[in-house]
Design a protein around this ligand. Structure first.
Ligand code: SD4
Length: 329
């Protein structure tokens, strides 16, 4: 199903969801201040962020911490077999194996991540365990899996019938061509939350680039690329083609742009500009950034049209359409 149709069909529950356009290619110099007040709030990439946010805000409303809100919010999407970019139901790599990347970070530079993790439904929770239970930041592959089992996680087959079928179709026709990460074939979820104490955390969880080369790791588990949080400035996270995001340390770049005085939206746009400068061919290359500063102001920007984020606080839920550099159609 195309994203457009999914947006139309998606059941948005009882929350009032308003589509709001921040800027378009023609008015991209316009700066949108989406949110400025410092109170509990959560913002997540893509439309699936709506469901993740509901769980996160439930936790924040009962005085839960930002880090727990991020973990539990992302768990919802990891368990959704219909999201083909995250956890259960995630698209496999070229060899038919589902491999997962995830990272989590609070606003005290504590962080944890897992890469190339297999058969564990909640990589974001394993990343949190890496952060809290080990002296390390990142565990990978079999080591990450063994650690997860040690910590009480259970082995699970994450390849659904539907993802297996898509992989089989791809293998039959295109096994020499990677599908692009473009405007509508990815749904990685990244989230930034602020709790009642004004503390912030960010997280990201994904099965990465569909049909990627076996062993490939994207930006999502790399602190500074997929996510970053600075206690004095705010947080940022990324979605889209990980290779391009890694090359500019995307989320860290967004935070540093905010440090230099830019609003979150301007900072996200500046990071996209940097990718344009550093990437020879950005035809059909989608990247999107999402940022929140410590005053609670939120902004997003992407290379191509179609990127959107879900924002929720105690009173409302909104779907924000991103400003962008190029119109897709
Ligand atoms: C990756 N950044 O593995 C991820 C993909 C993604 O929505 O964001 N998909 O490169």
């Amino acid at each position: 199903m195309k994203r457009r149709d999914f947006v139309k069909l998606s059941a948005l529950g009882s929350a009032a969801v308003l589509a709001k356009s921040c800027s378009t290619s023609s008015d991209k110099k316009q700066v949108s201040i989406l949110e400025t007040s410092k109170k509990i709030k959560v913002v997540s990439t893509w439309i699936s962020g709506i469901d993740a946010n509901k769980e996160a805000i439930r936790i924040l409303s009962s005085n839960g911490s930002a880090i727990t809100a991020v973990e539990k919010g992302l768990n919802v999407i990891e368990s959704d077999p219909n999201n083909t970019s995250v956890g259960l139901g995630g698209m496999p790599d070229a060899s038919g194996v589902v491999t997962l990347d995830a990272s989590i970070m609070d606003d005290q530079y504590n962080c944890g991540s897992v890469t190339y993790l297999q058969n564990i439904e909640h990589p974001i929770s394993v990343a949190r365990k890496v952060m809290e239970e080990t002296p390390h930041v990142m565990l990978s592959g079999k080591g990450a899996y063994d650690f997860a089992i040690e910590q009480g996680f259970t082995h699970k087959n994450l390849l659904t019938e539907s993802s297996l079928q898509k992989w089989q179709e791809w293998k039959k026709d295109n096994s020499f061509n990677l599908p692009h990460i473009n405007h509508e074939n990815h749904d990685t979820i990244a989230m930034i939350a602020m709790d009642a104490n004004g503390k912030m955390a960010a997280g990201c969880t994904t099965s990465g680039w569909a049909f990627k080369k076996h062993g490939r790791v994207g930006d999502s588990p790399i602190i500074g690329a997929g996510i970053y949080v600075d206690p004095e400035i705010g947080g940022a996270c990324a979605t889209g083609l990980g290779e391009s995001i890694i090359k500019i340390c995307g989320s860290h770049a967004v935070v540093e742009f905010m440090r230099s005085g830019l609003t979150p939206e301007e900072a996200c746009r500046e990071a996209v500009e940097r990718i344009k400068k550093t990437t020879e061919n950005y035809d059909d290359l989608q990247v999107g950034f999402l940022a929140m500063n410590i005053t609670g102001e939120v902004g997003i920007h992407s290379m191509y049209s179609g990127f959107e984020c879900a924002l929720q606080d105690e009173n409302r839920s909104e779907l924000i359409k991103s400003g962008y550099e190029f119109e897709w159609e």
